[in-house]
Design a protein around this ligand. Structure first.
Ligand code: AMP
Ligand code: ZN
Length: 465
């Protein structure tokens, strides 16, 4: 397996700390709003990485945080807390807000066939860990208390800029232009580990600490959760490219200072999805969510397929016309796969050849479009019988997760099937009792769920639309 490492800026051979076991940490969402489809592109890439490694025979333990405190509107300790601002706007209590958007996030993940990480932890549940880490950082002179906050002193870190390749000069320009220059810092790039209420006296989320009532900075939460759940050594840490600086840079500085040794070997970043105007935004322009795509008639897997056709390190521009192309291609692909006859014997030898090709594409820095091409090659290969093709594609779909081998009917959960059957009976009864209003209401209710009833002489059946 070879993968690009942001740390070395090279494609490297992947060697985990422990043979065949991978500890992977992926930064999770800040649950102040719905995820946009740009965020979801990053989670799709991380899902493919996890499943691809599992396909190669690794056991992967993936952890993810849910940020429900400390992420300010400016990534460098500037601006206001995103959660607190949104709770005011929506008139919801912060924890209710977090619950609501966490649930919405996992619904999106499920719709996109993204495996839920083995470990998911809320930032607000790890306050004692952050306090323990910060105390040690202060004791060992990596951190200092100044004007109400605790800061990490970046001049003490081992090569602070090693991940981003930035330098102090670039940063100084940014700081000079910033209206919020923090005079309490020793170095302009020092970052906050713990805010006391001096920052916002009315901050809702606050806890006691040795430095006064306050709340943690955003960066310490990922270091803390990763340390508690995955231990002192991490194999892979992922996120979108915007996380490289300052978030991941600061995670490395504080984790390595706390642990006293190198922390994570491979840093993998997904490039952004942009809209026509450039950066994807939750506040400006059309707020592109998965629900919006569903409302417009796309299925979530159309978007997954759209993402898989480009390389994760290339930025990708979103347009409805390219999503339409993906939608049509996926529908054709699925119907081709479903039309394969499941008769005869599987040629294991031929299957192995294609599996190797597929593994090679994944192992070549997660070349998803090559993985998809290999799948088309299987369909085109006249030397393969249908059942062999079907079995190979079923195997590939463990990683691609496009539901290629599941017919729409099979996709239906038994619960929904049961519900439809019950509704059909209810409607039949309503018709017998000449309550046509109710009968129509039942029909329309099912239609809204994508279930079209068809009345025949033999009775009522249905189709999924
Ligand atoms: P956030 O909820 O803002 O903390 O972001 C969640 C994840 O989405 C992070 O890994 C970000 O790096 C990533 N991300 C943010 N914007 C984009 C984008 N336009 N395209 C791809 N990933 C993004
Ligand atoms: Zn993080």
């Amino acid at each position: 397996m070879r993968i690009y490492n942001t740390l070395s800026k090279e494609i490297e051979e992947f060697v985990p700390y422990e043979d065949k076991k991978v500890r992977m940490y992926t930064c999770g969402p800040t649950v102040y709003n719905y995820a946009h489809i740009g965020n979801l592109r990053t989670y799709i890439f991380e899902d493919i990485l996890q499943k691809g490694l599992e396909y190669l025979g690794y056991e992967v333990i993936r952890a993810m945080n849910i940020t429900d405190v400390g992420h300010l509107t400016g990534d460098s300790d500037t601006g206001k807390d995103k959660m607190v601002e949104s709770s005011k706007k929506e008139g919801k209590d912060v924890f209710e807000l977090a619950r609501f958007y966490t649930e919405a996030f996992f619904n999106d993940m499920k719709d996109l066939n993204i495996k839920k990480p083995e470990i998911v932890e809320k930032a607000s549940d790890y306050i004692p860990t952050y306090i323990k880490m910060i105390e040690k950082l202060i004791d060992e002179d990596y951190a200092y208390f100044s004007n109400g906050n605790v800061y990490f002193d970046i001049s003490k870190a081992n090569d602070y800029y090693k991940l981003s390749g930035k330098n102090a000069e670039d940063l100084l320009v940014g700081v000079r232009n910033s209206v919020e220059e923090d005079k309490a810092k020793r170095n302009p790039a020092d970052f906050v580990l713990w805010f006391t209420v001096s920052k916002f006296s009315n901050h809702i989320l606050k806890w006691n600490s040795p430095w006064g009532v306050g709340y943690p900075g955003w960066h310490i939460e990922c270091s803390g959760i990763s340390y508690e759940t995955l231990g002192e050594h991490l194999d892979i840490h992922c996120g979108g490219v915007d996380n490289i600086f300052p978030h991941h840079t600061n995670e490395i500085a504080q984790s390595e200072a706390f642990l006293g040794h190198k922390w994570c070997n491979y840093w993998c970043h997904g490039a952004h999805l942009n809209d026509k105007s450039g950066k994807m935004s939750k506040s400006k322009g059309e707020f592109l969510t998965l629900s919006l795509l569903k409302e417009k008639g796309y299925i979530p897997l159309d978007y997954r397929y759209f993402c898989l056709n480009s390389h994760y390190r290339n930025s990708l521009e979103f347009s409805y016309s390219s999503l339409d192309i993906a939608k049509n291609a996926l529908a054709k692909l699925r119907s081709k796969v479903l039309s394969l006859k499941k008769e005869g014997e599987v040629s294991l030898e031929k299957k192995e050849l294609y599996v190797e090709k597929f593994k090679d594409s994944f192992s070549n820095d997660i070349n998803t479009s090559m993985m998809v091409t290999t799948l088309y090659d299987v369909l085109k290969d006249n030397s393969l019988n249908d059942i062999t093709k079907f079995e190979i594609i079923k195997d590939f779909d463990k990683v691609l997760s496009l539901d290629l081998c599941v017919s729409k009917e099979e996709e239906l959960s038994t619960d929904l099937k049961k519900e439809i059957e019950e509704k059909i009976l209810e409607r039949k009864k309503a018709k017998e009792e000449k309550d046509f209003l109710l009968a129509d209401k039942i029909r329309d209710g099912l239609l809204e769920k994508g279930v079209k009833l068809i009345d025949t002489r033999e009775g009522t059946t249905y189709e999924l639309i």
